[in-house]
Write a protein that binds this ligand. Structure first.
Ligand code: FAD
Ligand code: MLT
Ligand code: ZN
Length: 475
């Protein structure tokens, strides 16, 4: 499956021996998994596009155990692939060959929560949705949210620098992660787990690990700043007649909703058809070429309702929006969010998915979708566009009955060259992992890529951490 599609050669790492298994068993007793059935799922990515052949999965519980495992693997020259919830979109979390899978699934303890500042310190394997629940019970929210919340781990979120649905309001994890602990390739524990808002004592080393996709160290704990839970949340789901109107609606929204705007997401008509067909979710508004989901979060429901109603009056009166619905109760809000959050699930049920995650200038954000519909014709089943419009992030997805080399040839490098011409990013939020590592050069200067390689060599001289990932294969 993997090897033919992405030509890659196994590097000369050691092969796990019986002696290694016995040594690992002493480090994580009872948590060395070698049962082929149990290894099936962690060897395959969420999109079912890549498959590894690892025969060993480890489930450490503590930082010390991770340190011992890595010290051992480093000495023995055994490659390791860190894995959280295995929801990544770029084949970063699954082994490529026989790398040992190091799972954070049992590192799921909250270490502390300060209910004055909202600082949460927890182990890397905590599931995002469980953390959300934990902090919400205490009057706070997690600064990030994504459709994969039920499975993804906070360590995986930090390792990918995940964006998601609250980015517009709370910004990047590069700002909300206050500190972290990571274990380096040789087993050294790097404790940068501070909870300070301000700390300019030299280089901000934690940033190296945020978005490093398991190639520089294994994140074992994080300290993260949670904002207060907004007491009033509303969601408007609106239909727009064209993409120009979507953009106009966004401008109007920023002017009229100001500080209460907390999300602005969009999806096209084909996305709505797919969530209808594959997930049986019904559209709450009349059929339209585009839909937007606008969320407001504030501290006073009356104030927000007033702002929302003058906004809705304006966009409907001027024809920017042709139909819409508004929800203020939790259940309806969740149902409206599901239409947007579950698009990736609907797509994966539609067939093989070619997935692109681009940062683009807003005025050109949707151009490529129409362009590709014409370019690909009937060779594609669906070409859809959706995403985090408020952050300039397009999710461009193409589906087909099965993987097809000529369809791939029509998409790549075309999509990447087009993006580079707009000075965009070929990976806005999903990272490079295994599948995108060779396209980094479309968005990063050669000098920057060289420095990435030097940093990798410094932190992981034997290259045992997530080999074949993130760094381009060719210099
Ligand atoms: P995994 O998939 O297990 O791993 C991802 C990468 O991080 C791998 O390279 C892995 O080696 C590394 N890694 C994992 N844990 C650690 C660790 N403790 N230390 C070091 N490295 C580690 N992404 C967005 O940015 N925005 C979205 O809105 C979004 N929505 C999604 C919706 C769905 C339905 C799905 C399936 C995915 C979505 N994603 C989104 C992709 C996103 O990258 C992941 O969901 C999430 O951040 C990965 O977390 P994970 O625990 O599953 O990590
Ligand atoms: C999303 O925003 O839905 C995610 O990034 C997942 C995807 O792009 O499919
Ligand atoms: Zn996304």
């Amino acid at each position: 499956l993997t090897r033919d599609r992405y030509p890659v050669q196994r590097l000369p790492f050691s092969v796990v021996s019986e002696d290694d298994l016995a040594a690992l068993e002493r480090i994580v007793p009872g948590r060395v998994i070698t049962d082929p059935e149990e290894l099936e799922a962690p060897n395959v990515d969420w999109l079912r596009t890549v498959r590894g052949s690892s025969q060993v999965l480890l489930r450490p519980r503590t930082t010390q155990e991770v340190a011992h495992v890595l010290r051992y693997c480093h000495e023995r020259n055994l490659a390791v692939s860190p894995q959280g919830g295995n929801t990544g979109m770029v084949g970063g979390s699954t082994p490529v060959f026989d790398e040992i899978i190091l799972s954070t699934a049992l590192m799921n303890q909250v270490i502390s929560f300060q209910d004055m500042s909202g600082v949460l310190v927890c182990q890397a394997g905590c599931v995002l949705e469980e953390l959300s629940q934990y902090v919400e019970e205490r009057g706070f929210v997690m600064p990030l949210d994504l459709g994969a919340k039920g499975s993804c781990h906070i360590g995986g979120n930090v390792a990918t620098n995940a964006g998601g649905l609250r980015f517009l309001r709370y910004g990047s994890l590069r700002g909300t992660v206050l500190g972290l602990e990571a274990v380096l390739a040789d087993g050294t524990v790097l404790n940068c787990l501070t909870s300070l808002r301000k700390d300019n004592t030299g280089y901000d080393l934690k940033q190296l690990f945020i978005g490093s996709e398991g190639t520089l160290g294994v994140i074992t704990a994080v300290s993260i700043l949670c904002p207060p839970r907004p007491s009033a949340v509303s969601v408007a789901f609106l239909g727009c007649p064209g993409f120009a109107e979507v953009l106009q609606t966004f401008s109007t929204c920023r002017q009229l909703l100001g500080e209460i705007l907390s999300a602005f997401e969009f999806m096209d008509a084909e996305c709505m058809q797919l969530v209808g067909r594959h997930l049986r979710l019904a559209s709450p508004v009349q059929e339209s070429p585009f839909y937007v989901l606008i969320e407001t979060s504030g501290s006073e429901a009356g104030h927000d309702a007033e702002k929302l109603s003058s906004f809705l009056e304006q966009v409907q009166g001027s024809g920017l929006v042709t139909d819409g619905t508004l929800a203020t109760d939790q259940r309806r809000i969740q149902a409206l969010w599901a239409l947007r959050e579950r698009i990736s699930e609907a797509l994966s049920r539609d067939g093989y998915v070619y997935k692109y995650d681009l940062s683009l200038p807003l005025d050109r954000l949707y151009d490529l979708v129409g362009d590709l519909r014409t370019r690909l014709g009937p060779s594609a089943k669906h070409v859809v566009g959706y995403g985090h419009l408020g952050d300039g992030n397009l999710h461009l997805n193409v589906t087909a009955e099965a993987f097809c080399e000529s369809l791939l040839g029509a998409l790549e490098p075309y999509v990447y060259e087009w993006t580079a011409r707009q000075q965009g990013s070929v990976s806005a939020e999903h990272g490079l992992g295994f599948k995108k590592r060779d396209v980094a050069g479309y968005s990063k200067a050669p000098e920057a890529l060289r420095l990435m390689r030097q940093l990798k060599a410094l932190l992981d001289p034997r290259g045992i951490l997530n080999p074949y990932k993130t760094l381009p294969a060719h210099a």
